[in-house]
Design a binder for this molecule. Structure first.
Ligand code: AHG
Ligand code: MN
Ligand code: MN
Length: 338
């Protein structure tokens, strides 16, 4: 049997560029650099205690969360890898209060990069899967320089989005608006190799992901949905459901892309003034686009996440995404209450 040729991320991007022009040269370079940064974060993650990367740093981020050492390391790796390449105008991150404009000693590019450098921070020290999430926008070209307002574009404007999961395998999952492709890191070769193309999420599922300990704080439509799942075969859904909650969005979304399911981090009464826990620009938007590109759906219970107009960089949002029929049901329950 002829040996199947391995397709590297580099080759995949070049072929996408040639085939349908979805990836202009600067964007291709940007994605290569992000992938390289993820490779290096993956190495730091692998070293764990041996690399002195575990534990807490003595600082808080803008959202009032105590930073882990790896949150800061991953943020620095992404900035250092990306600032000099000429493909970016600015970056924004969960771990930085405001935007990071590419210093003027380097050439300026036309893209804006946003990231959650290390998603699932509470899992770092316990050796459970974590990841990096990223979203790419084009800088509007009607303004000189670059400011925070340039980033405030709805998720429909993304030109690339993806994540890298640091788990039993290191895997990069990417969309440029042409379906979802997955690349596994070949550590011997040091390159990401295409391992799955055109990923599809089944429309139906029997698996949900939510932090059940918050149930008493939820809104009524959320409670109704989960109560019905929990009622199993004897309940209105007529089937038994299974539950998974990894507490790394990256890992929960990855499972959903691989075998279906629905993920929820809804608004709740603990902090009623916050729309949710997760952040719109660098968590919900990239994940929602990946999920939609794989045939799934993503809403905040009321509207499609990708159509939300952000008003600030670190805006939060309620998130329900995954298998289409379940997300539609959740959205219907919210509409019925309204
Ligand atoms: P981050 O580590 O980037 O702050 O994100 C953590 C998020 C997300 O990955 C996960 O789904 C959720 O927080 C878990 O929250 P709970 O600990 O409240 O379950
Ligand atoms: Mn996160
Ligand atoms: Mn994070």
């Amino acid at each position: 049997m002829a040996q199947q040729q391995k397709i590297s991320l580099t080759r995949y991007l070049v072929e996408q560029q040639r085939a349908d022009g979805l990836i202009p040269g600067q964007l291709r370079l940007l994605l290569e650099v992000v992938a390289r940064a993820c490779k290096s974060i993956s190495q730091a993650v692998n070293k764990g205690a041996l690399g002195g990367v575990l534990g807490t740093a003595e600082s808080e981020n803008v959202q009032g969360e105590i930073q882990k050492k790896l949150d800061i390391i991953a943020n620095e790796v992404l900035i250092e890898a990306n600032e000099w390449g000429g493909h970016l105008a600015a970056m924004a991150s969960e771990e930085m209060d405001s935007i990071y404009v590419v210093p003027n000693r380097y050439p300026q590019g036309e893209y804006l990069l946003m990231f959650d450098p290390l998603d699932g921070s509470s899992n770092i020290d316990v050796n459970v899967s974590i990841g990096t999430i990223f979203s790419v926008l084009k800088k509007p070209d009607d303004t000189p320089g670059v400011q925070e307002a340039d980033f405030l574009q709805p998720g429909t404007q993304q030109v690339a989005a993806g994540y890298c999961i640091y788990g039993p395998q290191t895997t990069l999952v990417l969309t440029v608006g042409n379906g979802v492709a997955m690349f596994t890191l070949d550590r011997e070769q040091g390159s990401f190799v295409l391992t799955q193309e055109d990923i599809q999420i089944p429309a139906d599922t029997k698996e949900f992901a939510v932090n059940m300990s918050n149930m008493r704080h939820w809104d009524e439509p959320m409670k109704r949905y989960i109560d019905e799942c929990l009622a199993g075969k004897e309940g209105p859904r007529g089937k038994d459901f299974n539950m998974r909650w990894i507490a790394s969005m990256v890992a929960d979304v990855h499972r959903i892309l691989m075998r279906g399911g629905v993920f929820m981090y809804p608004w709740d009464k603990r902090e009623p003034e916050k729309a949710g826990k997760l952040r719109l620009m660098y968590e919900a938007n990239p994940m929602s686009w990946l999920v939609e590109q794989a045939g799934g759906a993503a809403t905040n219970g009321k509207q499609r996440i990708l159509e939300l107009q952000p008003t600030k960089l670190h805006e939060r949002v309620s998130v329900m995404l995954g298998s289409r029929n379940e997300v539609e049901r959740l959205t219907k329950y919210h509409a019925e209450k309204a």
